[in-house]
Design a protein around this ligand. Structure first.
Ligand SMILES: *Cc1c(COP(=O)(O)O)cnc(C)c1O
Length: 370
């Protein structure tokens, strides 16, 4: 059979390095602490769990195709018009829809060098070339981003604060980015970690969406709400973009379980506050202790820390990661992001962070070379 008769995927697909998620087991180790996927230390809100427990009775019924109740609950929580919200199976789905709706072969998207990997993956899957703008001190550099934009650029993706670096840019700088872009370019503000920030000069993007007809904000239930397993995210944008996303999405793209749990979770403000306070306390505590061990830690506005190890030798990231794993602690190597000497560590529960520091202390004291 001649080679050309084998079905071939569209150009760009085979250039994708598949996204590698955080692992959740280590062979031979029974007690596992997973600090690899930024999933939320406290799990889902008790109110979301109660709602989920009731959904089994109606599992045979298709979900509400418009996710109406959860969009209304989001609207009440943030003072937004539910008609300008669209829900997705995670914000991941919405990233993919935005790329496919507005870009195609020959087009480009722009993101920052250490920005979230899913933008480039969805771009390539649509035959779109991702352009990476250099960063300054592991932080988005607006001028570099603007300089990277080409006539072929259709969308600019900004994770703010960013995963895996944890760094952010303030709301004036984001506005300067928007104002420097052509009006026909969509700026996607991915605010997956907005709830963890707690800074006055930060804005998740609502104001910019309201003042610009070409700006979209993405949010997720996978981080502060601790619902990564249910797959729920949302976009807030101008009517014409929301209309496009509604035409493209599957008719039942959000499961009934995700909808009922999301509706309960978004209203549980007390739980969100508790999760935020927990994260702020343990993020500071953990960063101080890691620095006390001589490690470099990037200042983080998220629910994880990017920790930098020696580029080689006994205190480099590979032996550190191996030692942590032997002790049941799974963190995230980020070589795929161009950060081969760093480990991304999610903020977990109190006992988990204490054990992490105990274990890394033993490693830095020579435990790894035994
Ligand atoms: C986790 C994450 C998302 C959202 O993921 P979903 O689970 O698909 O909602 C989006 N952007 C960034 C930067 C993330 O880290």
């Amino acid at each position: 059979m001649p080679q050309h008769s084998v079905p071939q995927p569209r150009p760009g697909i085979m250039d994708i390095s598949p996204y590698v998620g955080g692992e959740s087991s280590v062979p031979g180790v029974s007690r596992i602490i997973k600090l690899a996927s930024n999933e939320g230390a406290l799990g889902a809100s008790p109110r979301a769990r109660e709602a989920l427990a009731r959904v089994g009775a109606t599992a045979h019924l298709y979900p509400d195709g418009g996710s109406v109740a959860v969009r209304e609950a989001i609207g009440r929580r943030f003072g937004l018009d539910p008609a300008r919200i669209v829900c997705g199976a995670g914000s991941d789905e919405l990233i993919g829809l935005l790329v496919r709706a507005y870009a195609g072969p020959g087009d480009t998207i722009v993101q920052s060098a250490y920005g979230f990997l899913m933008y480039a993956i969805y771009a390539r899957s649509a035959g779109v070339e991702p352009l990476l703008a250099p960063e300054t001190n592991l932080t988005t550099d607006i001028d570099a981003m603007l300089a990277t934009v080409k006539p072929s650029t259709r969308l600019v993706f900004l994770a703010n604060p960013n995963n895996p670096t944890g760094t952010l840019i303030d709301s004036n700088t984001v506005r300067r980015l928007r104002e420097g872009l052509r009006d026909d370019i969509i700026l996607v503000l991915d605010s997956a970690y907005a709830e963890f920030v707690g800074r006055n000069d930060y804005d998740p993007g609502q104001a910019l969406v309201d003042s610009h007809p070409n700006t979209v904000m993405l949010r997720t239930f996978s981080k502060i709400h601790g619902m990564g397993g249910l797959r729920l995210g949302w976009a807030y944008g101008p009517e014409h973009i929301i209309d496009v996303l509604n035409r493209m999405r599957g008719p039942f793209n959000v499961s009934s379980a995700a909808q009922v749990a999301g509706e309960a979770a978004i209203a549980d403000v007390a739980f969100q506050q508790m999760a935020q306070e927990h994260n702020t306390y343990w993020r500071t505590w953990t960063a101080e202790r890691l620095r006390g061990l001589g490690l470099t830690v990037t200042d983080s506005a998220c629910n994880f820390l990017l920790v930098h190890f020696d580029p080689e030798g006994p205190r480099s990231v590979a032996p550190a990661d191996a030692y942590l794993r032997q002790n049941g602690l799974i963190c995230r190597r980020v070589a795929g992001y161009g950060l081969p000497h760093a480990l991304r560590i999610t903020i977990g529960r109190d006992d988990e962070m204490q054990f992490l520091i105990e274990t890394l202390t033993a490693f830095m004291d020579g435990g790894g070379s035994a």
